[in-house]
Design a protein around this ligand. Structure first.
Ligand SMILES: [Zn+2]
Length: 487
């Protein structure tokens, strides 16, 4: 059902025993100053799966060409060079006269995730169609006071839908087919490459995750009102969707609970999460090692689904409905709210293999927790600086752990956005310090694809792939060895 190809080719091979040894060393991340990222927390609220996206800073996208002065001109004299070695490393404010490419940085792991949704007292929703102007379909929104104003004043809102959206709606890259045991699902009608845009869809409905239990503002009542106010053809799209809630096939509340997707917070004072109904994306089934990933973009008010791995023609396109770093048993329990037993390749493994998979996911989950607990991800630069200045340490002293983490994600077919980028950044800096051009280019190209999948832009990684020698980390390790040799 879902392929086993990873985004990354395995960087190195290690045994399962090595993973266990790694996991046993809970201080490993601290030792290597691995601070983290988190988001990847997929919450289940009111029977829907909500991927709570937090506001993390975007990686830098810039190539600094504003000053063409040769960096050699600003290099300190030999006598000063050793003292200032650590000063040439990247800092928050790179030297303005450096013709540098910055390695995109995961600045912080924001704790700014949606709080558990709670309906404000004496509050009434506002129903509005957004965007008010611009092309493409509109979304019927149910918003708390202040959200509409916040969205309309968002810089760049409404961004037009990409041109690809039109051609995709005319010629979809998948067919909806019957999948044994799963009802209908999306099957690729041509081979897809990582990063390929599969769906760009503006939701039919957008609504908060919190509703009062009873009364005119209750979920059932508001959902029914919203769907009834849709044009006939859109209403038919809603009623054609599956309802797994066993409360009547055409029950609007059951249909929305079965098919909605979380989008996290919106502007305004309300701290809880919102969700949307996208009938086309709702056709995609779940896998615990998905081959596609969705990305919400408020400015264009659309969900984008892109290929996460190579997808063969005839292969089912799957996203995920639940937190992927849980054990198989926990995932199955979570997925039971959609009334199905997952039979993806990971869940179908023999017991011994399944146990190993659980351990791998546990290790990744622990690593993610370590990142979350240390919101200042820039800590890792200190470790890299110390390593670069100490030739007695092995070349892979710092980034070996990060390579193992990426390999682990490849093996599981599970990519946790911020965890992946956190380790990618470390490896990239270390490989630059070692002047491993081939390694940096390969990784940066993959990072550009991953960034496109998760964030909709290449995030500056294409600049790193094009000119790794222009990063401030380039050759740092070699330079240190040369200085030591002078001693
Ligand atoms: Zn599964």
């Amino acid at each position: 059902m879902d392929s086993t190809h990873g985004v990354l080719d395995p960087v190195l091979t290690i045994s399962f025993g090595d993973w266990l040894a790694l996991s046993a060393s809970s201080s490993y991340c601290e030792e290597h100053a691995l601070t983290p990222a988190n988001d990847c927390d997929v919450k289940s609220v009111m029977g829907t799966h909500h991927r709570d996206r937090k506001e993390t800073s975007r990686p830098h996208d810039d190539v600094r060409n504003d000053d063409k002065k040769d960096p050699a001109d600003v290099r300190p004299k030999k006598s000063e060079e050793k003292k200032d070695l650590l000063d040439v490393l990247p800092s928050e404010k790179p030297k303005p006269d450096l013709d540098a490419v910055r390695i995109p940085h995961l600045r912080s792991i924001s704790p700014d995730r949606p709080l558990k949704a709670k309906f404000p007292k004496d509050c009434t929703f506002e129903e509005v169609e957004l965007p008010l102007e611009g092309d493409g379909p509109k979304t019927l929104c149910l918003l708390f006071p202040g959200a509409r104003e916040g969205i309309l004043t968002l810089r760049g809102f409404p961004a037009p839908l990409p041109r690809a959206a039109k051609s995709l709606s005319r010629e979809p890259l998948y067919d909806i087919r019957r999948i044994p045991g799963l009802g209908r699902g999306a099957v690729a009608n041509k081979a897809l490459q990582p990063g390929d845009l599969i769906i760009c869809e503006r939701p039919l409905l957008l609504f908060p995750a919190a509703f009062p239990k009873h009364g005119p503002e209750s979920r059932g009542t508001r959902f029914k009102d919203m769907v009834e106010s849709l044009p006939r053809e859109k209403r038919d799209l809603v009623f054609d969707l599956h309802n797994c809630m066993k409360n009547g096939l055409k029950n609007v509340k059951g249909i929305i609970d079965t098919n909605s997707l979380g989008i996290g917070r919106l502007p305004g004072s309300y701290k809880g999460a919102y969700a949307v109904l996208c009938p086309r994306i709702a056709r995609m089934n779940h896998s615990c090692s998905p081959n596609a990933e969705r990305c919400w973009d408020l400015k264009s008010m659309a969900f984008y689904v892109r290929a996460l791995r190579p997808i063969a023609k005839g292969e089912q396109i799957c996203i995920t409905y639940c937190p992927l770093l849980q054990s198989r048993v926990a995932r199955q329990a979570n997925l039971s709210q959609w009334d199905f037993n997952c039979a993806c390749r990971t869940c179908s493994m023999p017991k011994a293999e399944s146990s190993k998979s659980d351990v791998r996911r546990w290790i990744l989950d622990t690593s993610l927790q370590n990142l979350t607990d240390k919101p200042d991800f820039r800590d890792h630069e200190h470790t890299l600086k110390k390593w670069a200045a100490d030739p007695s340490l092995p070349d892979d002293h710092v980034h070996k752990h990060s390579q193992l983490q990426l390999q682990l994600m490849d093996e599981e077919g599970v990519y946790i956005e911020e965890l992946w980028f956190a380790h990618c950044e470390i490896i990239c800096k270390a490989l630059c310090a070692l002047q491993d051009r081939k390694g940096v280019v390969k990784l940066a190209k993959k990072a550009a694809i991953m960034s496109t999948v998760y964030r909709g832009t290449r995030g500056g990684w294409q600049n790193v792939a094009a000119a790794p020698e222009k990063t401030p980390w380039w050759g740092l390790r070699k330079k240190t060895a040369e200085l030591k040799a002078l001693d």
